[in-house]
Design a protein around this ligand. Structure first.
Ligand SMILES: Nc1ncnc2c1ncn2[C@@H]1O[C@H](COP(=O)(O)OP(=O)(O)O)[C@@H](O)[C@H]1O
Ligand SMILES: [Mg+2]
Length: 257
């Protein structure tokens, strides 16, 4: 078992009111899997990912990575957020080099930064500054930065959520190519059914109030996948039905209150 989430629950306390955001989350993720966490806004996707990152602690339960309990952030987990969060005073290359500043061998360190920047198609932008880059290019830098750390798991929280549709589709394609090359274990949060169907080996569909896993679906359609592929259209309908039922439930609950 590579990454194991056992009986995870999370409660937040705000103004003395306790809310259960996640409840009874049990998942085992194997090495090399591309797993999407798909669910409506507010169902606890970011909370779940932040716990795997070690940025938040579960209220109960345990997360194990290669048998060790996750207590805090570590180099074995690389994170990519919706906003790239680059250092504005550093060049593209320096941003990546900074993430691997502990590497002793200077030449290896430079080679590694360049290798991953080439992988994300930024080989010719090494000396540019973040403000000179488009949103898509900035996100590419943050992907290169996370990969350069050679983490056991790559955690991505709606990484393409702030990009225009064209750029988003292009980066999805590039991420798929990178994943096929590196076979990293990826935990990818999204609220886009299409995005999850394009990229994942497996989709965890989440419901809300409290967040739970409603379905755990294996996607074995050959890559690259198109939206019009029969299997994909069928799966899309299946996931839509699950999410619509969930939204119905929430609306009814709200009407009752
Ligand atoms: N620090 C916090 N304190 C209190 N409530 C929070 C906090 N962070 C998130 N929440 C609540 O927890 C729920 C899940 O949030 P989040 O994990 O961000 O969902 P998602 O990423 O699926 O949109 C939301 O209802 C949100 O308002
Ligand atoms: Mg979120």
């Amino acid at each position: 078992m590579f990454l194991q989430l056992s009986n995870i629950s999370k409660q937040y306390v705000q103004n003395n009111v306790e809310t259960t955001v996640l409840s009874s989350i049990n998942v085992v993720i194997e090495e090399g899997e591309f797993v999407s966490i798909l669910g409506p806004s507010g169902c606890g996707k970011s909370t779940l990912l932040s716990m795997v990152a070690g940025l938040l602690k579960p209220t109960s339960g345990e997360i194990l990575l290669k048998g060790s309990s996750i207590k805090k952030p570590g180099k074995d987990r690389g994170m990519v957020f919706q906003q790239a969060a680059l250092f504005p005073w550093m060049t593209v290359e320096e941003n990546v080099l900074f993430a691997i500043r502990d590497m002793k061998n200077k030449e290896e360190r430079y080679n590694r930064a360049q290798h991953y920047l080439k992988m994300v198609q930024l080989g010719s932008s090494l000396t540019q500054y973040p403000h000179e880059l488009s949103g898509g290019m900035q996100q590419r830098v943050s992907i290169a930065r996370a990969l350069a750390m050679d983490p056991a798991v790559l955690l991505m929280d709606e990484p393409f959520g702030a990009l225009d549709e064209q750029t988003r589709l292009r980066l999805q394609q590039e991420l798929e190519t990178i994943w096929l090359q590196t076979k990293k274990t990826v935990l990818f949060v999204t609220h886009s059914i299409h995005e999850s169907l394009k990229l994942s080996d497996r989709i965890l569909v989440m419901g809300t109030r409290p967040g739970t896993i409603l379905a755990d679906m294996k996607i074995d359609t050959p890559r690259p996948r198109t939206r019009t592929n029969i299997q994909i259209t069928k799966l899309e309908a299946e996931i839509s039905a699950i999410l619509e039922k969930e939204i119905d439930k929430v609306v009814k609950e709200e009407l009752r209150q």
